[in-house]
Design a protein around this ligand. Structure first.
Ligand code: ADP
Ligand code: NI
Length: 213
């Protein structure tokens, strides 16, 4: 286990995401790293692969790096220049491809990929998930809530990307669906608590909106 390599990867993503406010900032990556580490320990996954994949999971994201998202060139370059072996590099790049949003909802092939995907998804729910959703909504000129705009539960990927829905609808269109997509028992337990917290939040939001208290 190479602690220095992990530190170098952290420094690399910190610099890369310095000017990123799209919801994929350095602190998102750091939270995914911490959560993925926790899940990997519980699930007995290979720690180094999980930690490197977690740190690098967004450096080739299409929203950030349109030129490299198909080849994972940024992640590859970092790993190659830090002497990581070919097999591990291929595994990490496969994880990045499998968990990227452009992919489908199929579970990643390896346990390590499952840990990283769960950690990424857990960061979209709970208190942080609520804050990220409203930050995203503000950034994209969305209403917090609008009584005439109903959630659309069956959007295609294309419709989802173009959607002008509200942030409260996003809870129904995506966030409440995430618990069913968790791969590991460790993540399912955490997701249950976070989901209950979000449901309580939405219920309180609607009560206040409707003037019920
Ligand atoms: P990822 O690439 O990690 O799947 P996204 O770019 O879809 O994530 O989302 C990043 C963050 O922004 C998440 O917390 C997500 O819930 C939030 N977000 C994405 N789309 C919307 C939306 N339409 N309304 C509110 N929040 C959104
Ligand atoms: Ni992410």
């Amino acid at each position: 286990m190479n602690a220095e390599l992990i530190e170098r990867a952290k420094a690399y993503v910190k610099e890369k995401f310095e000017n990123e406010f799209s919801g994929h900032d350095y602190f998102h990556t750091l939270r995914v790293f911490n959560m993925a580490t926790h899940i990997a320990n519980k699930e007995n996954a290979s720690l180094e692969t999980v930690q490197l994949a977690a740190l690098l999971h967004d450096v080739d994201d299409r929203k950030i790096s349109l030129k490299t998202y198909e080849t994972q060139a940024n992640a590859r370059h970092f790993l190659l220049s830090n002497g990581v072996d070919d097999e591990t590099i291929e595994h990490i790049c496969q994880i990045i491809r499998e968990i990227s949003f452009g992919g489908n909802d199929e579970a990643p092939t390896t346990l390590e990929g499952k840990c990283v995907q769960d950690a990424d998804r857990l960061d979209a729910i709970g208190a942080i998930g609520i804050a990220r959703a409203f930050a995203y909504g503000g950034n994209h000129n969305r209403h917090m809530y609008h009584p005439d705009i109903k959630p659309n539960l069956n959007m295609t990927k294309e419709e989802y990307r173009k959607s002008e829905s509200t942030t409260i609808n996003h809870f129904y269109e995506k966030l409440f669906k995430l618990i069913a997509l968790m791969n590991t028992d460790t993540a399912i337990q955490i997701a249950k608590e976070r989901e209950a917290y979000m449901k309580q939040f939405v219920s309180e939001f609607m009560d206040e909106w409707d003037g019920n208290r």
